[in-house]
Design a protein. Structure first.
Lengths: 224, 224
DNA sequence: TAGATTGTTAATCGATTAACAATC
DNA sequence: TAGATTGTTAATCGATTAACAATC
């Protein structure tokens, strides 16, 4: 969960990277409206982000805008897609075909964003050797075998917390470069392995905490 | 998407709040092992977070630890649950019963974390008046009617981006206090409405960017 | 020109990390 | 006591925001 300084090299702040897909998806709607130019204040207004933040973010990408006019929509989109690597497809295996796992398999944006899930794994005998959304599902014991046939860069972990580390170890041993961890528990891995943690629970924590804020008594009176 | 200064009042950093569910889930495993005490360095080691960060986080909660021993596991868990409001159940409606929507409905942790989804809405006639995981599904036109019957604090939006604002407006009009937005597009809302955005795409952006980093040529040679 | 916008540099703000005193 | 840990205060680091010059 630690933010290593891997952004130092290029100097692009991590939050900027995370905002880029947002810009991209918004700009597609602008393109559909056949608007050739879009200005930072316009984007800012729509996306509720500070306009100077947007200008700053774009400057990291070396996109040049036109004074008084803005940026060329199609150029922005192209630069974003190149930067985010949407045209370079990375293969991925997903482990844990539960509710969330199935939803991820069906999430159609991954394809446009340059990730292709090429096999799924589980331990449930009922689903092994079946297909979800045209994706073949195998027993986890076949992971090594399948990755030898078609190497993948990304391993997606959607198993319960107590199984996650074991799966991560297997993925690392098998040569996966990046792990996308939806298990809600942190993983140990060598420094050269990219780990991205996505946890739904932290979102709910924020919401509930903010709801509490309206009723300060609840925790201001709490005895330490 | 803008970070307002709503954390100023209590002085607790937003990242701290987001880490709390992680601590909670880890501490449950410690409790299961019947370990009475747990120290910050031990947690740090397991969760890959800086130990002083953990001590700092706990200090915001006014938990007191024992020098040389650590914290009482059960006390930590209790304080975390109180702070995160796990014992105060908030009702929620979910709109958009697609793949992700269905996965969220089945996500069992929400119950423990104090959120209960009490109805689902969609426009697909095939699923209206059916049930998913014992949850009744209605047409979106019945939203106002249903919320009048049983008010909810939280609205969960899992519809496509171009439908999201419309649904948000409906929720706000109906008196929802917080919106959890999975649509991937930002929402306009009055300041008193709590908005939490959860987007899967930013996670993939990070992964792909870090994978690129290993091959700097790809974007260092990119013509601006 | 006046006004709107880009884009850079500086200031501010917030979070993390380091240093260190206190304690058992 | 020596060593390990808490917990606070200070320093550092990184990101956002503000200020402002340049441009069309």
């Amino acid at each position: 969960m630690k933010n290593t300084k891997d952004n130092k090299a290029s100097g692009i702040p991590v939050p900027t990277i995370r905002r880029l897909p947002l810009y991209h998806s918004f700009l597609l709607t602008i393109k559909n409206k056949e608007r050739k130019y879009i200005s930072a204040p316009d984007i800012a207004n729509e996306l509720q982000i500070d306009p100077t933040q947007i200008i700053k973010d774009f400057s990291y990408l070396n996109v040049k805008g036109k004074t008084k006019v803005g940026y060329v929509t199609s150029v922005l989109i192209k630069i974003l897609e190149e930067f985010l690597g949407y045209h370079i497809s990375r293969k991925a295996f997903i482990v844990g075909i539960g509710n969330l796992g199935s939803a991820l398999i069906k999430y159609h944006r991954f394809h446009n964003e340059g990730m292709e899930i090429t096999a799924g794994f589980d331990i449930n005998p009922e689903i092994i050797n079946t297909k979800t959304n045209n994706l073949k599902l195998f027993h986890i014991d076949q992971f090594q075998e399948k990755i030898n046939e078609t190497p993948v860069d990304i391993g997606i972990i959607v198993v319960p917390a107590d199984q996650a580390q074991k799966i991560a170890d297997l993925m690392i041993k098998s040569g996966v470069k990046a792990i996308w961890n939806f298990s809600g528990t942190p993983l140990s891995a060598p420094d050269n392995i990219i780990i991205e943690n996505t946890s739904i629970d932290s979102g709910l924590a924020m919401i509930k905490w903010k709801l509490h804020e309206n009723k300060p008594l609840i925790y201001k009176n709490r005895m330490l």
